[in-house]
Design a protein around this ligand. Structure first.
Ligand SMILES: [Zn+2]
Length: 653
C-alpha cells in the first residue's frame, strides 16, 4: 500500500481511547463490513483490516457497537487503515463526488476559477501505479481523469505535489482526518463523497489563473517599488538637507540637570549618526538620561519611547521623526546620499548601550532600564544641588544688599565669592555649596556687616571678611565718637543747669528765710539766726552756703524756723495775757478809786481840799491813805465805812 510518494500513514499513531475498537471488520469476501451488518460475537467472521487477526462484534446494550480483537492485543493504526480502505471502497462504488472550489490566490490577490461542483464519473480505480505516483484513487468521467488522495493522517507531501504539477494531473485531496469513527456506513459515505473538507492539489486552470495573478502582482510590485523609490528619494532629500543643519546648543537646563544628577560624565559623548538631533549631544543625551535614569527609573524604556520623548522636546530634526519606518532599502538609499547616516533608533541604541557598558543602565530584551536606586540617588543629588544654588543666590543677594547699603560701587563679587576668607579658611561659594553651620555663620556675619553699613549704625569691630569696608568702618567710628562727644556735652549742660537751678532755689529760699526771720525776730536777730542756720547746715561761709542748701537742709531749716516761730509766738502770747490782766486790775482800781473820789468829794461839798486831804492822807485806821487802800470793792467798802465816820466839820448826815 505505501508507495514511494504515498499519503498513507507511515508511522503508527499513538493509541487513543478507542484503541482497538473498530466500526468495520474485513469480511471473508474481502470487503469491509460495518458492525451493524454482521452477527454478534465471533459469528461476525471478520478479521482486523490492520493486523488480520480475528475480531468479535460487540453489540451489547450499553456501549457503542464495535469490533474488538478476539485476542486482546495492541493493534496500532487499525482505524486509519480501515478508513483509507473504506474511502477507496466508497469511491469505487459511487458514481459522483463533490469537487471543491477552485481558487487562485497570489500575494493577497484572489480569483475564483470554479465553484464547488458535483462531478459524475463512469469509472473508478484504486491504487494505480502511475510510475512514481500511486494515487489513492482515479476517477474518469466526461473524458477527464481525476486523481483523488485521502488525507487520513498526513496531508500530501511536497514531492508529490511537484510531480502532480509537472505531469499536469488534476487532483483533489479529501481531508478525512476528522471523520468520526463511530458512525453509520451511510454517514461515512456522505462524508467521503461530499461532507469532508477537500481542496485541489493541482488544477490547470488555477495554475493558469495564478500565473495571471502573479503577473498582476508583479506589475503592482513594480509600481509600488517605483513609488517607494520616489518616496525614498524625497526622504533622502529631506534627510540630506536636515543632516547638514547645525545643531543648536539647546536649553542649558538639560545639561545643568544632568550635572546636578551626577550624570555629567555621561553626556556629550560623540555618537556616529547624531546628525538627526537638532541639539548638541550633551543636551539630547541629558534629556535621554533624564527620561531613562530619573523619570522612568525602574521601568523599561524602549528606543522608540526614548525617541518619542526627545521628539516631544523638539530635539529631533523633522525628517527623523520616529513615525518614519526606516526600511533597510530606505536606509541604504539614504546612506548613498548622506554618508554616516543612521536611523535615530540605532543612534539611541549606540548611546544607551554605551551607558549600559558603564553600568548606568541595564540592557534588557526590548530596551534599557535604570535601577530604581539610580533614579533615587539622582533625585537626591538634584535636590542637594538646587539647595546649594538657592544658598548661592541668598549669599549673592545678601552681598548685593550689603554693598548697596555701604554705597560701594564694587562689582568684583565673583572673585570674592571664589577666594578663601581667612576667618573661614574656604571661599564663600564653597560655604554656600556645602550649607550647614559654616554657611549660617557667614550669613550672620554678613548681616552684622550690613547693619554696620547703615548710616549712623554702631561701628562693628569684628573682621571684615576681606570686603572693602574699612572706609565705612572708619566713618562709623567717627560718627560714634562724635555722638559720644555730643552726649557728654549734653550731660554737662544738663548738670550745669541743674546746679544753677539748685543754687537759685537755695538763694531764693535763703532770701525768703531772711525776710521771715527779720519779720519774726527783728533785723539783727533774724539775720543772725539765718546766718547761724545756713552755716550749721552747710559748714560754709554764709555767702557760699546761702546757695548750697539742698532740699533736706532746707527742710531742716524750715522746721527749725517753724520751731523758733512757735517759741516766739508763745512768749508773746504769754506777755500779752499778763499785760491784759494788769490793765484789767488797774481799771478796777481806777474805777473803785474814781467812785471813792466821787463819794469823798460828795462827802466834803465845797471842801475839795479836805476831800483830797482825806483821800490821800494817811488814815490811822488803815496805816495808809484810802486812795492807796482802795483797790477793789472790798477795800472800797472799807474806805466807805471810814468815810461815813468822817464828818466834815459842822455837819453830820
Ligand atoms: Zn488488528
Amino acid at each position: 500500500m505505501d508507495g514511494p510518494a504515498s499519503c498513507h500513514p507511515s508511522t503508527p499513531p499513538p493509541p487513543d481511547g478507542d484503541g482497538t475498537k473498530l466500526p468495520y471488520g474485513l469480511a471473508e469476501d474481502g470487503r469491509l463490513a460495518h458492525v451493524s451488518e454482521v452477527a454478534s460475537g465471533l459469528g461476525c467472521r471478520c478479521r482486523c483490516p490492520g493486523c488480520g487477526e480475528r475480531l468479535v462484534a460487540r453489540k451489547g446494550a450499553i456501549k457503542v457497537h464495535h469490533f474488538a480483537h478476539h485476542v486482546d492485543r495492541a493493534c496500532v493504526g487499525a482505524w486509519e487503515t480501515t478508513l483509507h480502505r473504506l474511502a477507496k471502497e466508497i469511491v469505487l462504488e459511487a458514481r459522483d463526488i463533490l469537487l471543491p472550489d477552485a481558487v487562485a490566490e497570489v500575494d493577497g490577490l484572489r480569483h475564483d476559477v470554479a465553484f464547488a461542483t458535483v462531478f459524475p464519473y463512469e469509472a473508478a480505480e484504486a491504487e494505480v501505479n502511475m510510475g512514481g505516483l500511486r494515487p489513492d484513487a482515479i476517477i474518469r468521467g466526461r473524458g477527464r481523469e481525476l486523481l483523488l488522495e485521502f488525507h487520513v493522517r498526513h496531508p500530501c507531501g511536497p514531492e508529490k505535489l511537484v510531480l502532480l504539477r509537472e505531469r499536469n494531473l488534476p487532483s483533489v485531496e479529501i481531508d478525512l482526518s476528522r471523520v468520526p469513527r463511530h458512525a453509520s456506513r451511510a454517514e461515512h459515505t456522505e462524508l467521503v463523497l461530499r461532507g469532508a473538507p477537500r481542496h485541489w492539489l493541482h488544477n490547470a486552470k488555477v495554475v493558469a489563473e495564478e500565473a495571471r495573478l502573479r503577473r498582476i502582482a508583479a506589475e503592482r510590485a513594480a509600481v509600488e517599488k517605483r513609488r517607494l523609490q520616489r518616496l525614498h528619494g524625497r526622504i533622502a532629500d529631506e534627510v540630506a538637507g536636515a543632516w547638514i543643519e547645525p545643531a543648536s546648543p539647546g536649553h542649558s537646563s538639560w545639561r545643568i540637570r544632568a550635572i546636578d544628577a551626577g550624570f555629567g560624565g555621561f553626556v556629550g559623548r560623540s555618537v556616529p549618526g547624531a546628525g538627526c538631533f537638532s541639539v548638541a549631544a550633551e543636551t539630547w543625551q541629558a534629556a535621554f538620561l533624564d527620561h531613562v535614569a530619573i523619570s522612568a527609573a525602574g521601568h523599561l524604556v524602549t528606543g522608540d519611547a526614548a525617541l518619542r520623548t526627545l521628539q516631544k522636546r523638539q530635539m529631533l530634526k523633522a525628517p527623523f521623526q520616529i513615525r518614519r519606518n526606516w526600511e533597510p532599502e530606505l536606509v541604504t538609499h539614504i546612506q548613498e546620499r548622506v554618508p554616516g547616516f543612521r536611523p535615530p533608533h540605532e543612534v539611541i541604541t549606540d548611546y544607551a548601550d554605551w551607558l549600559a557598558e558603564r553600568g548606568l543602565l541595564m540592557r534588557v530584551r526590548h530596551g534599557w532600564v535604570a535601577a530604581q536606586t539610580v533614579g533615587w540617588k539622582a533625585r537626591q543629588r538634584m535636590e542637594a544641588a538646587s539647595e546649594a544654588r538657592r544658598r548661592q543666590g541668598e549669599l549673592q543677594d545678601k552681598l548685593g544688599t550689603l554693598l548697596r547699603a555701604a554705597e560701594l560701587p564694587w562689582t568684583d563679587t565673583a572673585s570674592w565669592l571664589d577666594r578663601a576668607v581667612p576667618e573661614f579658611g574656604v571661599a564663600p561659594r564653597v560655604l554656600a555649596e556645602e550649607g550647614g553651620e559654616g554657611f549660617e555663620r557667614l550669613m550672620r556675619r554678613l548681616d552684622e556687616l550690613e547693619r554696620m553699613a547703615q548710616p549712623h549704625a554702631s561701628p562693628y569691630e569684628g573682621g571684615l571678611l576681606s570686603l572693602p569696608l574699612d572706609a565705612v568702618r572708619l566713618r562709623r567710628r567717627d560718627e560714634a565718637r562724635a555722638r559720644q562727644e555730643a552726649a557728654r556735652l549734653e550731660r554737662e549742660e544738663f548738670a550745669r543747669q541743674a546746679a544753677e537751678r539748685r543754687r537759685k532755689e537755695s538763694g531764693d529760699f535763703v532770701a525768703t528765710l531772711v525776710l521771715d526771720a527779720v519779720a519774726l525776730m527783728g533785723e539783727d536777730a533774724g539775720t543772725a539766726w539765718v546766718r547761724e542756720a545756713v552755716g550749721a547746715a552747710t559748714g560754709l561761709p554764709f555767702d557760699e552756703g546761702r546757695f548750697a542748701l539742698d532740699w533736706q537742709a532746707r527742710n531742716r531749716i524750715n522746721e527749725a524756723m517753724a520751731g523758733e516761730r512757735g517759741r516766739i509766738m508763745a512768749a508773746r502770747e504769754a506777755e500779752r495775757r499778763c499785760l491784759d490782766r494788769e490793765a484789767e486790775a488797774a481799771a478796777v482800781v481806777a474805777g473803785c478809786r474814781s467812785r471813792l473820789e466821787a463819794e469823798v468829794i460828795a462827802r466834803f461839798p465845797g471842801q475839795p481840799d479836805w476831800a483830797q486831804m482825806w483821800l490821800r492822807g494817811k488814815h490811822p485806821a488803815l496805816g495808809r491813805s484810802p486812795w492807796e487802800q482802795c483797790v477793789d470793792e472790798r477795800s472800797l467798802e472799807r474806805c466807805r465805812s471810814l468815810l461815813d465816820a468822817a464828818r466834815p466839820k459842822g455837819r453830820r448826815r
